[in-house]
Design a protein around this ligand. Structure first.
Ligand SMILES: [Zn+2]
Length: 456
């Protein structure tokens, strides 16, 4: 379409022309395929700070690093918004099979695990092949036993097994404790055969006293299953993490001020904290690199219509404390749209939307701009990542740029989540997709209103 026809079409629809034409978006997208900033941020954060466990001194150093970085890149209103949260730190971790096949297994405590005390606990293993088997166990049937939940997970492109398989980690320990278990082992919620435990948060029912809860790497979980086929197994576990009371975490925020404050904020997020076993390169330093590099490219192309707000959330891993604090602090502001990058840095292959009817055409423009990157439109409603889910649930529009999950759960929450797992070529494809998306949303001439609640 030439410019005259475009002008006529815009006039006929009584719409202002898009501040950025699709050709400009395409140029921004293609330039982003040579991006170095996302890598620079990912490399810097993982190298200079290292692991960034929520509400620890390391996470505080990461916030200071972030403020310096975001300020030096030219973003405005760079600030830290602190909040309080309970602090949990890892202790000693030992797992031993007792008796005729005495041997050590590798184990790693789950976040929010209770402690066995320094002397450890001993008990017979009560084996549950799946999470549902544990749920079906009668009340009181685990008295004095160590529950072992061996729920398997398969790698998929959309990562969809993490939701259902993750129940064994998120809820299994509390359920086992309520039935009398003295400790819990789970098969790691992961897909690799390295001897790396996959940690991750577990949560306790309101009146449930935490017991020790830890993950076995897949080779160790399968070793234990083979031993159980031969007869009853007794184990000794020494797991001594500590709850340290309330500490401070915080969100880091930076902005590209828009020309039209009434048009709503475009919120792009990642999380700054990581688990403590590694440097959190794919979870989620790379996410911060991706959204920030995209926002910087859109900023450098000229002032956008909408304010772009970057959120590097604190304390996502132990229970989305940063996302909740952000929502509480900013729920009365108008968010036009929210999106988060928190699934590694592998190639984006699908885009999902949650848009009001007023912005459907904007969705179509995004689909067109992403097509040359090998990204197609999905049929799932966008939910955002954990840190922006509350904003989207409250009625804002959302976009999910879905990354391939085929490798993600080989490294997720393990000692192997390190910089070498980030592929610079795929990282740049992410930046290109986010740049095109943010450019279109931030400059869209149409209003992006509240999304009507879906009817059941
Ligand atoms: Zn994450």
């Amino acid at each position: 379409m030439n410019k005259r026809i475009l002008l006529a079409a815009a006039a006929a629809l009584a719409l202002p022309l898009p501040a950025l034409a699709q050709t400009d978006v395409a140029a921004l997208r293609d330039a982003a395929l040579k991006d170095d900033l996302a890598w620079e941020i990912t490399e810097g954060l993982t190298t200079e700070i290292g692991q960034r466990l929520a509400a620890t001194e390391a996470e505080a150093r990461a916030r200071d690093w972030s403020v310096k970085k975001l300020t030096s890149l030219g973003f405005r209103n760079v600030r830290i918004e602190t909040f309080k949260m309970p602090v949990w730190v890892r202790g000693e971790e030992k797992a031993e099979v007792l008796g005729g096949s005495a041997q050590k297994l590798v184990v790693g405590a789950l976040g929010n695990s209770g402690s066995t005390g320094p002397k450890g606990v001993e008990g017979e293993i009560a084996y549950f092949p799946t999470f549902a088997d544990l749920q079906a166990a009668p009340a009181g049937s685990l008295k004095g036993k160590i529950a072992f939940i061996s729920h398997a997970m398969t790698a998929t492109q959309d990562g969809s097994q993490y939701g259902p398989s993750g129940g064994a980690r998120r809820m299994g320990p509390s359920i086992a404790a309520s039935k009398g278990a003295i400790a819990v082992l789970i098969r790691s919620i992961g897909t690799d055969y390295h001897r790396n435990p996959h940690t991750g948060g577990t949560s306790w029912a309101k009146d449930q006293k935490p017991i020790a809860a830890a993950a076995l790497p897949l080779p160790d979980a399968e070793q234990l299953e083979r031993l159980l086929k031969r007869g009853p197994v007794r184990m000794k576990l020494t797991i001594t993490p500590e709850f340290k009371g309330d500490g401070e975490s915080g969100n880091v925020i930076a902005e590209v001020p828009g020309s039209d404050p009434a048009a709503g904020i475009v919120l792009v997020a990642c999380h700054l904290d990581s688990w403590d076993l590694a440097t959190g390169a794919i979870d989620d330093a790379s996410g911060c690199g991706i959204v920030t590099a995209a926002a910087k490219r859109v900023m450098d192309a000229g002032q956008p219509r909408r304010t772009i707000r970057i959120l590097w959330a604190g304390a996502e891993e132990p229970g989305v404390f940063g996302g909740r604090a952000y929502f509480e602090a900013h729920k009365n502001e108008s968010h036009a749209l929210a999106a988060e990058s928190d699934f590694g840095a592998d190639r984006i292959w699908r885009v999902d939307f949650k848009l009001p009817s007023s912005a459907m055409a904007m969705g179509d423009r995004i689909v067109s701009a992403l097509a040359p990157l090998g990204i197609t439109r999905g049929q799932q409603p966008a939910g955002g990542g954990a840190d922006v889910a509350a904003v989207i649930d409250a009625g804002s529009a959302g976009i999910d740029l879905q990354q391939s999950g085929l490798r993600y759960f080989d490294y997720h929450h393990t000692p192997d989540d390190t910089l070498d797992k980030v592929d610079p070529v795929q990282l740049r494809q992410n930046v290109a997709a986010w740049t095109a998306t943010v450019a279109i949303v931030a400059n869209a001439p149409e209003e992006i209103g509240r999304v009507e609640k879906a009817k059941p």
